[in-house]
Design a protein around this ligand. Structure first.
Ligand code: SAH
Length: 252
């Protein structure tokens, strides 16, 4: 029987191949099989060797092409057949990436699993837009939340946004109106600065700025599309003006 392969859960970062770790680049380059989702840029897949087999399990917000259990089963099956499998994910595998579930499935099946961190969208977007997630004068706390979870309105976000804090919302484009409403109902000032960073660290990046009360309109008027992050807090209003000029600006 073939020796069991290893499942590598690899973070692909926000999109720019230069933002891969060296370890990720090496694993992609020598991979026999790459199982990837929709957020991974073609320029990154292009780093694979000529014989690499690609399996796309693209997951869009409302269209799951492959259920998570089937993905887990696929990874385990390939590894048991003796192949090393690179499971490539946008950003970091352990930040809203279901890497935890895949690692559990591998461990339960007795298949070796290794996790390679990636630059999460929040870090990539912050650097590209020159927004400090923490700043000694403006924020000493940063929280990552998912804006698309079931029961968004029931989730307790109180205290996560406000003065001296930064809130980074993943997957929040569609629910921007509910998010703005929820935060204001929890007492956040309507004039709290916000930024929306679309396609961070990719050539088509846009950085849009506004105020919390105007967030739904900003997203609609500018036709913001996924992938995008919403950042809420005073740090978003401290940008370097040269960056502001480069980016498509929207000040409400
Ligand atoms: N594991 C990923 C997150 C996956 S959830 C990570 O660590 O980044 C998918 C969400 O991530 C998207 O809906 C979007 O909110 C965010 N995202 C991923 N890539 C992005 C990018 N290049 N620019 C802006 N947001 C991005």
């Amino acid at each position: 029987m073939a020796k069991t392969g290893t499942i590598y859960l690899v973070g692909a970062g926000p999109g720019d191949p230069d933002l891969l770790t060296l370890r990720a680049a090496r694993l992609i380059n020598r991979a026999q099989i790459i199982v990837h989702d929709g957020l991974v840029e073609p320029a990154i897949l292009a780093l694979a060797g000529r014989d690499t087999r690609f399996i796309s399990v693209a997951k869009r917000r409302s269209q799951h092409t492959m259920p998570q259990d089937d993905i887990n089963a696929l990874l385990v099956r390939e590894a048991r057949a003796g192949r090393d499998v690179v499971r490539l994910k946008g950003g970091d595998p352990l930040v809203f990436g279901r890497g935890g579930e895949e690692a559990e499935a591998a461990r339960a099946a007795g298949v070796p699993v290794e996790i390679v961190p990636g630059i999460s969208a929040a870090n990539g977007a912050a650097a590209a837009a020159q927004i400090a997630l923490t700043h000694r004068d403006a924020s000493s706390m940063v929280t990552f939340v998912a804006g698309q979870c079931k029961g968004l309105t029931e989730q307790d976000w109180s205290g996560l946004a406000g003065k001296g804090r930064t809130l980074v919302i993943y997957m929040g484009v569609k629910t921007a109106p509910q998010i703005a409403e929820k935060l204001m109902a929890e007492g956040l000032a309507p004039d709290m600065p916000v930024a929306v960073i679309e396609n961070a660290a990719r050539p088509q990046m846009r950085v849009l700025r506004g105020l919390l009360a105007g967030l739904p309109e900003l997203v609609t008027r500018q036709r913001v599309k996924s992938p995008a992050l919403i950042v809420i807090g005073e740090v978003t209003a401290r940008e370097d003006q040269s960056v502001a000029q480069l980016a498509a600006e929207a000040v409400l």
